[in-house]
Design a binder for this molecule. Structure first.
Ligand code: AHM
Length: 337
């Protein structure tokens, strides 16, 4: 009966966020409106990504279309769609995109209270071979709407109001955390709606998978090398772990969230700050544990995803600049410990 109820009583993402909002009577519905604009961006990217294989046929990226206009690459196009959708919500004041060197300050006439840090299309090098890619976003509140400053962006992940990612994979899945739990929604293409399919996601306390780019092994530090060696040759008689590495952070993090285990992009001799940008990495409420290398800190790929996953040390880091990178270790509590 319960399954039947879910089939006929659809919990769309908008309905879910509105429900959450009624728990805060002081709320004015701004977050619901703002998230709707993010959702629109995700639907656009999803539709574009699914046509990417037809690019040659349809004349996308780098080619000239029938009107003689140069077609834009998907990441550039996605960025433009997100920037416009976010500004037109009237709810944002500063936009920090992985695609843009500088932060965008929204014109006073269209300004709202939110700051959004996002990567419109992460892993775009994976498009041509059809591997899952994703959008990552995090939302902060500005201190003074009439006087937004770059320092307002440089907040620890703990201050995130909401964060999440959308994965363009076998299906299009949006995972959202508003700080009180992590919920997954799957796009029903026939309805054009994200439907709640993964309520209250909790990462398993321990997992059987480790996920890392082992091609960087010669540049790792000793603790990382030892850890991976232990995954392959456990000394306690437990079976060795399986290795899974997609090379697309949203997909690797999504698998870690659902199946457990550990994902790491450590610092190494070549990349002393790791590769991932701090604001792109993870959200709270799923019992994740994440941690950063003890000597360095970073911002763009790491925070929103840490927020979907947990509220611990990674979320305490205060980024020094908007495109700061950070080594990251995240996943099941026991594995990260
Ligand atoms: P990109 O900025 O070129 O899209 O790279 C981002 C991607 C992440 O999604 C992924 O986690 C990481 O790069 C993989 O890096 P590597 O190829 O060094 O393992």
């Amino acid at each position: 009966h319960e399954a039947d109820a879910h089939r006929t009583d659809l919990m769309t993402i908008t309905r879910h966020v509105l429900n959450e909002q009624t728990k805060h009577p002081e709320s004015r519905g701004d977050l619901t409106i703002f998230l709707n604009h993010i959702v629109l961006g995700c639907k656009f990217v999803c539709s574009s990504v699914s046509k990417a294989g037809l690019a040659k046929l349809l004349g996308l990226s780098g080619e000239t279309n029938v009107q003689g206009e140069e077609q834009k690459k998907l990441d550039v196009l996605s960025n433009e769609v997100f920037v416009k959708a976010l500004i037109s919500s009237g709810r944002t004041c500063i936009l920090v995109s992985e695609e843009d060197e500088e932060a965008i300050f929204v014109d006073q006439s269209k300004r709202g209270r939110y700051i959004v840090v996002f990567d419109p299309l992460d892993g775009s090098s994976n498009i041509d071979c059809g591997v899952s890619i994703g959008t990552i976003f995090g939302i902060y509140l500005v201190k003074d709407k009439d006087n937004p400053m770059i320092d307002d962006v440089l907040q620890p992940g703990r201050n995130l109001l909401a964060a999440g990612y959308c994965m363009y994979g076998c299906s299009c899945t949006l995972v959202l955390s508003t700080g009180s739990g992590v919920n997954g929604f799957t796009l029903d293409p026939s309805l054009g709606e994200f439907i709640l399919t993964h309520p209250n996601i909790k990462v398993p306390k321990r997992g059987k998978i480790y996920s890392v780019n082992e091609g960087n092994a010669m540049n790792w530090d000793e603790p990382t090398t030892k850890f991976v060696e232990k995954c392959n040759f456990p000394a306690d008689g437990s079976p060795p772990r399986s290795l899974r590495y997609i090379g697309s952070v949203v997909a690797d993090v999504h698998r870690t969230l659902l199946y457990g285990g550990i994902f790491l992009y450590p610092a190494d001799k070549k990349s002393p700050n790791g590769k991932l940008r701090l604001p792109n990495v993870i959200p709270d409420g799923a019992g994740w544990r994440s941690s950063f290398h003890w000597k360095t800190k970073g911002i763009m790929t790491c925070l929103p995803q840490s927020f979907s996953i947990e509220k611990t040390r990674a979320l305490d880091l205060v980024p020094g600049k908007i495109h700061e990178r950070s080594p990251v270790f995240l996943g099941s509590y026991d594995d990260v410990e």
